[in-house]
Design a binder for this molecule. Structure first.
Ligand code: SAM
Ligand code: DTB
Ligand code: SF4
Length: 337
């Protein structure tokens, strides 16, 4: 019996035009073709997909807290927390439970539904697990979704966090595999993929995205989106960061990305990962309100909410509430409200 190669078709589109690999759901060429579309066509396609799966007026709000700042052993070229860079922030001890609870309560009162905790570690150590578990329980006990980003994870560690009630683990692919070596050399792309697989196997939801504006090409931006979209299954949450060029880091002089290019990548993320929360993450201030509004039209439906990210600034609660009011957007309701 003659069998045809297994090729997944998107409705109404000849497979040959859309895919140059039989197993990948999105080839880099597919994604590059999206990025090359005239902007009105790209936004129209993104909006069609967005409206099939979401109310386009509803935005999910995540608040971020750095629970362990600075002193990181990795050399990520964009990061103020790497011990390798002149522009490093001072290393601080891990926050205690009371401080984390207070920040989470304030975030919940301001309307955030997810609380994300970040630690400047290359990897989680077993001796930190009990404290991390208690912080997760604190956040979950407040009726918020919990997210942690703390570097590489081993399977038994992912299981402890899952058992503590953790909902999401954030671990970004950051860029195209072929550009990764220009960004960080103390770990490999495969290390990142392995941790994402570990997170998935433990039954945690995956939050993974990247950074735009690190000097990568459009083809490499397409490569990042294809990598994320071809994860099986693709991440539930996709943060798209606009590089914050921090003085004293190797990327301090990176030329700002054309903001329209940022909008295009958001649209491509929406089209290729239709059911994900696509989050406007670092560097929103630098994008400005007009570009952020275009991103919401391109399918972004989540933000980091609160005046600080990990070490850099972000619009404050009031500023974003007023911005949403002007746009006719509303915050996702909390599960228990
Ligand atoms: N150490 C953990 C790790 O690397 O997975 C968690 C914290 S790390 C700061 C989380 C993410 O923040 C990075 O993967 C990167 O995508 C993003 N990020 C860090 N510094 C940034 C910057 N200056 N501009 C934009 N995004 C940044
Ligand atoms: C993500 O993708 N972006 C957030 C969160 N996940 C951990 C972090 C952004 C950090 C921006 C630079 C800083 O504040 O140091
Ligand atoms: Fe460390 Fe994460 Fe910063 Fe890299 S991005 S230097 S792993 S804190």
């Amino acid at each position: 019996m003659q069998t045809e190669p297994i090729t997944m078709h998107r409705r109404g589109e000849p497979a040959a035009q859309m895919r140059d690999c039989h197993t990948a759901r999105w080839s880099v060429t597919d994604v590059a073709a999206l990025l090359d579309l005239p902007l009105p066509d790209l936004l129209f396609r993104a909006q069609e997909v967005h409206r099939q799966h979401f109310d386009p007026t509803e935005i999910q709000l995540s608040t971020l807290l750095s629970i362990k700042t600075g002193g990181c052993a990795e050399n990520c070229g964009y990061c103020s927390q790497s011990a390798h860079h002149d522009g490093r922030v001072p290393a601080e001890p891990m926050l205690d439970e009371a401080a984390v609870r207070a920040a989470a309560v304030a975030a919940k009162e301001a309307g955030a539904t997810r609380f994300c905790m970040g630690a400047a570690w290359r990897q989680v150590r077993d001796r930190d697990l009990p404290a991390l578990g208690r912080l997760v329980e604190t956040v979950v006990g407040l009726g918020m979704e919990s997210c942690l980003t703390a570097g590489m994870l081993k399977p038994h560690q992912a299981q402890v966090l899952k058992d503590a009630g953790l909902d999401y683990y954030n671990h970004n692919l950051d860029t195209d595999p072929g550009y990764y070596g220009q960004v960080v050399t103390t770990r490999s792309y495969q290390d990142r993929l392995d941790t994402l697989a570990t997170v998935r196997e433990a039954g945690l939801k995956v939050c993974s995205g990247g950074i735009l504006g690190m000097g990568e090409s459009r083809a490499q931006r397409a490569g990042l989106i294809a990598e994320l979209a071809n994860l099986e299954p693709y991440p539930e949450s996709v943060p798209i960061n606009n590089l914050v060029a921090i003085p004293g880091t190797p990327m301090e002089d990176a030329p700002p990305l054309d903001p329209i290019e940022f909008v295009r990548v958001v649209a491509a993320a929406r089209i290729t990962m239709p059911k994900s929360r696509i989050r406007l993450s670092a560097g929103r201030r630098e994008l400005g309100e007009g570009v952020q509004a275009l991103c919401f039209l391109a399918g972004a439906n989540s933000i980091f909410y609160g005046d600080k990210l990990l070490t850099t600034g972000n619009p404050d609660f009031d500023e974003d509430r007023q911005f949403f009011q002007r746009l006719g957007l509303r915050a996702e309701a909390a599960a228990d409200s």
